[in-house]
Design a protein around this ligand. Structure first.
Ligand code: HEM
Length: 361
């Protein structure tokens, strides 16, 4: 089975160039009934038209490794199982690695490349530095794959399969992962700095970023449900807990206790790297509790709470309510969105790296 970007319902111009998200963007703003953002809309569409050619071809298939490396999926599952049992944070690490890979040049393993004398990698980008983890786990899985089928399974596919297994192993949904990605021979620190979303960005900026990648508003809200697992550093939620947290939350006893706890581990001006769970109710389980917390105004990151509390978030707040009420719809939309995100390919093609940290010599 081949899944092509055409199936993602992305509008195209007569030349075949995608006008990614144009219709979605218009719909989002219309539903937001906000004329204030018209100028920004024009700006965003201009940006999208200029940056949309990076997602041309996707010829991934579910059977790609059936003959080439029949045990590939089992090897990844076994290693992920072991790693997540050992420390559930490994599930969060793998899921985020796949996301940060796909949002920069497409899902091509570029996030995994180390700095060399000739190439600066993406690991020092604002959203990655002191934050992205899981590289050792990737090395372990890659070693096993190379032992069984040398030079066959790409690092980009390893991340896509690993992310699916990660979600499944902590109680989330299963989906079939189309495979056959190639690893890039290039990296882009600049793109990593511009394209990875940041927690202090507002809803309009976040939505336009996702639309620029061919992902809809629904995809974005569903994908953000990933914050049902994993941890965040104080530096990323300080503004929120000393800012509008009290206003968005119901200021009841539970919210107050939660806020005090957050503030005691994350003071106003130090301990930047202190960690707190993104979902304090069930931090190691992939469920829909994240949306329940956002509904209560208790989202940890400003970007999470924007989904529900932004003045222009009519569509997003409806989706938050839907996912909080129905975990199965959340699981279905999340799985669909993960496949879409995984289909963002790098049209330049590439190779199958022997070591995920370096291009083949
Ligand atoms: C609006 C878009 C997003 C923003 C602004 C955002 C931002 C963040 C931030 C700031 C952190 C904490 C990092 C730290 O403190 O070091 C984080 C963690 C995480 N994010 Fe996101 N994120 C977004 C979307 C996503 C998506 C789409 C996924 C997956 C598909 C994802 C998966 C994760 C996971 C699993 C963690 C926990 C990682 C860990 O524990 O090591 N995020 N995100």
């Amino acid at each position: 089975m081949y899944i092509k970007l055409d199936k993602l319902n992305i509008p195209r111009s007569k030349t075949g160039k995608e006008l990614i998200g144009t219709r979605e963007m218009a719909a989002f703003f219309t539903s937001s009934r906000s004329c204030v953002y018209l100028g920004m809309l024009i700006c965003v569409l201009g940006y999208q038209a200029a940056s949309s050619s990076a997602q041309d071809v996707s010829s991934l298939s579910l059977s790609y490794y059936d003959k080439r490396c029949p045990t590939a999926q089992q090897i990844v599952r076994k290693e992920m199982d072991c790693a997540v049992r050992n420390n559930p944070r490994n599930a969060a690490a793998m899921l985020r690695l796949h996301f940060h890979d796909c949002f920069v040049q497409g899902c091509d393993g570029s996030v995994l490349l180390d700095d060399t004398v000739t190439q600066v990698g993406e690991k020092t980008a604002y959203q990655n530095l002191n934050s992205l983890i899981g590289f050792d786990l990737v090395d372990r899985i890659k070693n096993q794959l190379e032992g069984e089928c040398p030079g066959v399974v790409s690092c980009a596919d390893l991340l896509a399969i690993g992310a699916r297994d990660a979600v499944l192993l902590v109680g989330g949904p299963y989906w079939d992962v189309p495979v056959g990605r190639k690893d890039s021979k290039t990296v882009s620190l600049d793109l990593a700095n511009t394209d990875l979303p940041a927690p202090n960005q507002n809803l309009v900026t976040l939505v336009s970023n996702f639309l620029g990648k061919g992902l809809s508003v629904q995809d974005m809200v569903a994908l953000l449900g990933s914050h049902t697992i994993g941890l965040a550093r104080c530096v990323n939620f300080r503004d929120r807990i000393y800012g509008d947290f009290e206003i968005t939350s119901h200021n009841d006893l539970t919210s107050q206790a939660y806020l005090s706890k957050l503030q005691s581990s994350c003071p106003e001006s130090s301990h930047d790297n202190n960690l707190s769970p993104l979902d304090y109710v069930s931090p190691n389980v992939f469920d829909n509790v994240f949306y329940e917390s956002v509904l209560k105004g208790q989202g940890l990151l400003n970007s999470d709470q924007e989904l529900y509390s932004s003045l222009v978030g009519f569509e997003t707040s409806d989706l938050v309510k839907t996912y909080a009420a129905d975990p199965l719809i959340f699981f279905q939309h999340f799985s669909d969105a993960m496949v879409k995100m995984g289909n963002i390919t790098n049209p330049e093609g590439g190779e199958v790296r022997k070591n995920c940290r370096f291009i083949n010599s």
